[in-house]
Design a protein around this ligand. Structure first.
Ligand code: PMP
Ligand code: GLN
Length: 384
């Protein structure tokens, strides 16, 4: 009789992501789903028509491994116009299957067994597993509410001879915090003379509020030369389901990045890349985003203005964090489940983005939804 092999998990601590758990619970209870971050409205019909045009036009075989040239070229021009940095489409720009792939490929290109990787927590949930699957060790710097400012003394204290990479996320999911020029300067001072690379997760680059600029890591000369900047079209064009992202990096880094990318997915969906190349030529599609989402943020905040939640307006992303300390002493996980089942509004408990226990009592709400949904959610939340 043959012996069945045992798989032995490489990620024993990982379960189903909170996004799946909460979205499923919201559907089961017919709740307003402000948990998982995705727009509740559709993308532009023009963009859809462009995809159809390329689908029908025979653009249905493998794209070139680094991405469709037209998309890389227009992305290069957009980046030069917006941030004043010229990445060469051939040697510095790679199109990926979502930012998730870009992050995984960049981390895999750098991290070897035993390397330490600094993560700022609360951290987006894909970073630590990517580090661990490569044999790396996540080392955490804690950001605490309500400010979530980076404690640079803490960062300095976490750096050791084994530190090989830091993952930076600005604007930051889940807290909405936007890094300042001072943050970038302090980061540069710490990494300048060390063998430390950077991954910059900038998927919310076009969603910042109150006139606050997004300061990309690529704009800092010391940081640029050691950074993989990861982006996504999902957040910018309301197409999270299409899973198209990219990585911008100096040539030597791009060579190593593409070695991973070509065996992870090889290439990314062809007709969508062509359609995005056309659409990206018109800057108003992304330049209109701050005003679009700032209005929604304000509307949501107004709708919970009389509630017992406490909050500071989020600086960026389409997430608003609120404190429920005046409402209950219970855990955020329990409260998120209770609110979904009992008042019909689903949120994300922010403690899940920390590796240890904490009692900050914060929930995250996604306000990328139609106005009437946000108002209805606000009415329900105000009854608590
Ligand atoms: N990073 C952050 C901070 C995100 O919020 C997300 C998606 N919500 C991603 C990466 C993944 O982006 P994509 O959907 O393009 O893979
Ligand atoms: N990034 C989205 C969020 O933060 C979810 C992405 C996912 O479901 N994997 O809610």
């Amino acid at each position: 009789m043959q012996r069945l092999p045992t798989i032995g998990s490489k990620l024993p601590a990982v379960g189903t992501t909170i996004f799946t758990v909460m979205s499923r619970l919201a559907a089961e209870h017919d709740a307003i789903n402000l948990s998982q971050g995705f727009p509740g409205f559709d993308c532009s019909p023009r963009l859809q028509e462009q995809v159809v045009k390329y689908l029908r036009g025979g653009y249905n075989q493998y794209a070139p491994m680094p991405g469709v040239p037209a998309l890389r070229e227009v992305l290069g021009r957009k980046t030069a116009d917006l941030y004043g940095v010229a990445y060469d489409p051939d040697t510095g720009i790679t199109i990926t299957s979502g930012a998730t792939e870009a992050l995984f490929a960049a981390i895999t290109a750098v991290v070897r067994p035993g390397d330490e990787v600094i993560l700022f927590e609360p951290a987006y949930d894909s970073y630590a597993p990517a580090v661990e699957l490569n044999g790396g060790v996540p080392v955490y710097v804690t950001l605490t509410p309500p400010e979530y400012a980076v404690d640079w003394a803490q960062v300095a204290g976490r750096i050791t001879d084994k530190t090989r990479l830091m993952v930076v996320n600005t604007p930051h999911n889940p807290t909405g915090r936007v890094w300042t020029q001072d943050d970038l300067d302090r980061l540069a001072a710490l990494v300048r003379d060390r063998d430390i690379m950077l991954v910059a997760d900038e998927v919310y680059e076009h969603i910042t509020f109150d006139g606050r600029p997004h300061i990309s890591l690529m704009t800092h000369p010391t940081l640029r030369e050691r950074t993989f900047v990861c982006g996504s079209f999902g957040k910018t064009f309301h197409i999270t389901g299409w899973k198209v992202g990219y990585c911008l990096a100096p040539p030597e880094l791009t060579v190593e990045f593409r070695k991973v990318h070509q065996f992870l997915t090889f290439s990314t969906i062809t007709p969508v890349q062509h359609a995005l190349a056309d659409y990206l030529r018109e800057p108003e599609h992304y330049l209109s985003l701050p005003a679009f989402y700032e209005r929604k943020r304000n509307l949501f905040l107004e709708s919970i203005g009389a509630s017992r939640f406490r909050f500071a307006p989020t600086q960026g992303t389409f997430f608003q964090n609120v404190s429920y300390a005046d409402i209950t002493d219970g855990s955020d996980y329990e409260l998120a489940i209770r609110l979904t089942k009992e008042i019909g509004v689903a949120s994300i408990p922010v403690s899940v983005f920390y590796h240890g226990q904490n009692d900050y009592r914060i929930l995250r709400f996604c306000f990328a939804k139609d106005d009437d949904i946000l108002k209805r959610a606000g009415e329900r939340l105000s009854k608590l």
